[in-house]
Design a protein around this ligand. Sequence first.
Ligand code: 13P
Length: 246
Amino acid sequence: MKKLIVGNFKMNTTVQEFSNYLDKFLPDVKSLKNGIVLCVPYTHLMLANQKLVATNVLFGSQNISTEENGAYTGEVSSIMVKSLGATYTIVGHSERRKLFRETDEQINQKIKMALGVNLKVILCVGETKFEHNNNKTKLVIKRELEIALKGLYENELKNIVIAYEPVWAIGTGKTPSTKEIENVVDYIKNVVAEIFSQKSAEKLCILYGGSVDENNCANILKIEGVGGLLVGGSCLSPDKFVNIIK
Ligand code: 13P
């Protein structure tokens, strides 16, 4: 089945470097069949819009504001991102939760903002090392999902992708065992089935993210229920990212 491979550039590359990246990357992925999405800094969206039109690569932002417009210095709204041709936005990345103190309620608000302008959402959930070591993974994921998805209509779920990103696996070279990933992915489906329905839960696309590289990607993609990958560090080299997508 077709997988969704998303690259999260985080706060990396200048616009010029990103332009060079695309010149290298696009010819290499032209004939690949997986879904490909680049989540880039806001400053790169205009260039992405110009260079990715009529390609098989979609793009998105890494965050959006909880607000529609107004006196919110430094913020970027969902409609602004949408107006630059983006298809996706990441919401609730653990770096935003931790470093910028984003709450589950704000994440819920951001999801509503994105869906309101037809931006698809990549919602990140996952436990910290402490929570993992204390067997709190399911508890954390349940809370994150329940609050993030609060007040949404079931038919909006088709525009949401959920990314399981254990915080302790991000940028550390560590990954959960395949069994652990399988269990959490299955659990995410159960929680969504409880909130909405089994039918909608079955259709969900669930990504895994956290230290994905060229060596472990194939095994992770084989795990039952994993619909794709959310790649950080390894998407910054076009060669490595192309290999992962392949
Ligand atoms: P790494 O692939 O660098 O661990 O980052 C994962 C991530 O946070 C993607 O959103």
